[in-house]
Ligand binder design. Structure first.
Ligand SMILES: [Zn+2]
Length: 370
C-alpha cells in the first residue's frame, strides 16, 4: 500500500515529492533526487513521531535525531492511510510536547478573545457605570459649589450674553410655581439665536431667549423648567458631564481624587451646552415635569405644548434640545401620562400671579422685536 507525501531529507531545503510504502516496522520512502536518480530511505516506525497536525492542512512526521527528516502528508491522506495502519504507535499519537504546544496556543487565543471582549464591555458598559459611580462620590453640597463654577465658566467661555430683565422675571415666575427641589433652581436667560436650554449640576438652568420667544403660553415655560429641573434633581447633567470625561473619572475613582475630577469637569464646562441624554433620561425628565405641573396646579398639557416648540431634528444645528431623542415618541409618552395624572386645584391668586409674570416675560419678547 502506498501513499503520496513530500519528503525533506533534513540537510537540503528541497522538497521531494515521494511515494511512501507503509510496512509493519518500516516506512519506505522513494523519491527522485535533483539529478534525477531514484533514492530510497527507510524509517523505523518506532522512531517516527508525529510533529505537527492541522485538520485542514498538512500532517508532518519527523524522524531521527537532529537534523530531522520530515514527511508532509495531506491530513486527509494521513487520516485515510497512516492513522489506521499504525493505530496505537507513536507516530499516530499526539506527543505530550505537541499537546502542550497546541493547548498553549488555544489558551493564548482564548485569553486574547476574553481580553478583547472585556475591553469592549468595559468601554461600552463599564466606563459609563464607573462614571456614574464617581458621581456618587460628589456630595450635593460640593455639587452645588461645582455648579457655580461650571455656570460662570460656561457663560463666559461660550460668550452667552445674559438678559438681566428676563432673567429676573423668569426666576420670579419659577418661584411662583413653587416646586420644592433639592437644589435651589436659578434660571438665566441668555440672548442667543439658537433654540436651546440646558441644566447645570447643582441648580443652574440656562434658557436661550430664542426658545422663550417661541412659547405662546406660560405652561410651556413651566414644563421646560420642570424638565430641566429633573435633569438636575436626578443628577443627569452631572452623570453625563462625567461620562464625557469618563477615563479621568475612572482614574479619580481609583485614587479617590474627587478634586481632580472636579477640575477636569470644569475644564469641560463648554460641553454642558450640548449634552445629549438617553431616551430613558428624557422620559424620566418628562414624567417628572408632568407630575410637577399637575402637583403645582398647572395644566400638565404644558409638557406637550413645550415639546411642540422644540426644534425639529437637524434643522437648527446642534443644540441640547435638537439632539434630544425623537420628539414624536416623547409627545406620545407625555400625552399618555397626562391622562393618568391628578391635577391639583391652584388658588386663584397663584393663577393670576403666574399670568401676570408671563405677561412680563412675553412682553420682553415684544420689546425685543419692535
Ligand atoms: Zn432633556
Amino acid at each position: 500500500m502506498s501513499v503520496q507525501a513530500t519528503f525533506f531529507d533534513g540537510t537540503l531545503p528541497e522538497a521531494h515529492p515521494a511515494e511512501i510504502y507503509l510496512d509493519d516496522e518500516v516506512i519506505r520512502i522513494t523519491y527522485a533526487s535533483a539529478d534525477g536518480f531514484p533514492h530510497t530511505d527507510t524509517w523505523l516506525v518506532k522512531k517516527t513521531r508525529l510533529a505537527d497536525w492541522h485538520p485542514a492542512g498538512k500532517t508532518r512526521l519527523q524522524y531521527g535525531s537532529f537534523p530531522h527528516q520530515y514527511l508532509d502528508f495531506a491530513t486527509a491522506d494521513y487520516q485515510a492511510a497512516v492513522l489506521p495502519r499504525y493505530a496505537g504507535r507513536p507516530l499516530t499519537q499526539v506527543s505530550k510536547r505537541l499537546w502542550v504546544q497546541e493547548r498553549g496556543f488555544l489558551t493564548v487565543l482564548l485569553i486574547t478573545a476574553l481580553l478583547i471582549a472585556l475591553a469592549w464591555g468595559l468601554y461600552v458598559y463599564g466606563l459609563p457605570a464607573l462614571a456614574d459611580r464617581a458621581v456618587e462620590l460628589i456630595p450635593p453640597a460640593q455639587e452645588q459649589k461645582l455648579g457655580e463654577v461650571l455656570y460662570k465658566q460656561v457663560i463666559s467661555e461660550e460668550r452667552l450674553p445674559v438678559d438681566p430683565a428676563r432673567t429676573q422675571w423668569v426666576n420670579a415666575y419659577w418661584q411662583a410655581v413653587g416646586l420644592p427641589t433639592r437644589f435651589p433652581g436659578q434660571i438665566t436667560v441668555v440672548k442667543h439665536n439658537e433654540i436651546n436650554a440646558f441644566a447645570i449640576p447643582g441648580g443652574h438652568i440656562v434658557v436661550y431667549d430664542s426658545l422663550l420667544n417661541r412659547m405662546s403660553r406660560h405652561e410651556q415655560l413651566a414644563a421646560l423648567l420642570a424638565h430641566e429641573t429633573a435633569h438636575i434633581e436626578y443628577r443627569h447633567s452631572l452623570q453625563q458631564l462625567t461620562r464625557s470625561v469618563a477615563s479621568y473619572a475612572v482614574l479619580s475613582l481609583l485614587f479617590g481624587d474627587v478634586t481632580g475630577l472636579m477640575a477636569v469637569l470644569i475644564d469641560n464646562a463648554h460641553s454642558l451646552t450640548s449634552l445629549s441624554f438617553s431616551r430613558d433620561k428624557e422620559d424620566q425628565a418628562d414624567a417628572f415635569a408632568v407630575e410637577a405641573l399637575a402637583r403645582q396646579g398647572i395644566d400638565p398639557q404644558g409638557v406637550v405644548w413645550m415639546l411642540h416648540v422644540l426644534p425639529k431634528e437637524g434643522k437648527l444645528g446642534p443644540s441640547a434640545l435638537s439632539t434630544h431623542p425623537e420628539t414624536t415618541e416623547r409627545l406620545a409618552a407625555a400625552t399618555k401620562r397626562i391622562q393618568h395624572v391628578r391635577i391639583m386645584a391652584a388658588g386663584a391668586g397663584q393663577q393670576r400671579r403666574l399670568a401676570e409674570l408671563w405677561q412680563q416675560i412675553a412682553g420682553q419678547t415684544n420689546k425685543a422685536h419692535h
